[in-house]
Design a protein around this ligand. Structure first.
Ligand code: 6PG
Length: 242
């Protein structure tokens, strides 16, 4: 598996390092292009990352914020990735509302997905596939990333940017960015702390490539930067990187 991983003593230290790295990439993009596009993931570990990101002093007025995925729930729901980010990043960092393009989890998933695809195409006019400056991903203990879970046929999708998916094992609907967007971003940061991820991380980096089984391996075809931030618990079984 391509991509470099850094291992830190604990999740807090990994979060601080990942936040600094993201801030550097966002500042670079603003310097080079006048603005930066940043897509964030949901789940639990981002709360710690966002707390560190706020401390980095990024000038958010030039950063356009997007979501990698969303649960099919309205804002305010405990499962809402938008509400989690609003509480832990958007509000405390004072990110202007005009810079925030959320996935509308309250709508029918297919409609939310097509509206988000239109919003992306409007934000990246003329681009067949939007090129984000920074995409923040997580990874589940089963190797899923975004809302692309093992066995998801859309892992092989090559045209569409966004889709609604039904996650069998959670019996839940989600809206998610699709591989072509994740594969083309200028920088992908994977923040994946926690011992529950150790067994699958070894397979992801050292096992055979099979994104249908281990969806995060879809990142392997990337030519631009992919950097992983892990803690020692997550990297427990990993061989030192060459
Ligand atoms: C989501 C995420 C999902 C997440 C992983 C890891 O909406 O749940 O986008 O892909 O990144 O489940 O979650 P943790 O980082 O909290 O372990």
């Amino acid at each position: 598996m391509k991509g470099h991983y850094w291992v830190y003593i604990d999740a807090a230290t990994a979060a601080a390092a990942a936040a600094t790295h993201i801030a550097e990439r966002l500042d670079e993009a603003v310097r080079d292009r006048g603005h930066a596009s940043f897509a964030i993931s949901g789940g639990n570990s981002p709360k710690q990352l966002f707390r560190e990101l706020i401390k980095t002093g990024v000038d958010w007025t030039h950063v356009r914020l997007f979501w990698v995925d969303e649960r099919a729930v309205p804002p305010g729901h405990e499962q809402s990735n938008y509400s989690m980010a609003l509480e832990h990043l958007v509000a405390p960092a004072g990110i202007p509302e005009a810079n925030v393009t959320r996935m509308e989890g309250e709508l029918a998933p297919a409609e939310a997905a097509s509206r988000y695809e239109r919003a992306l195409r409007a934000t990246f006019p003329g681009a067949a596939i939007p090129v984000f400056d920074v995409i923040h991903l997580g990874m589940g203990p089963d190797g899923h990333t975004a809302s692309l879970f093992p066995g998801e046929p859309l892992i092989q999708e090559r045209q569409k940017l966004v889709a609604a998916v039904h996650v069998e094992k959670l019996n839940a609907d989600r809206i998610t960015l699709l591989p072509v967007v994740l594969q083309l971003a200028r920088c992908v940061i994977v923040f994946a702390p926690g011992g529950d991820k150790a067994p699958v991380l070894k397979q992801v980096f050292e096992g055979p490539r099979d994104p249908l089984k281990l969806p995060v391996q879809l990142l392997d075809v990337r030519t631009a930067e992919t950097t992983w931030f892990l803690d020692e618990d997550a990297a427990e079984h990993m061989s030192p990187q060459q």
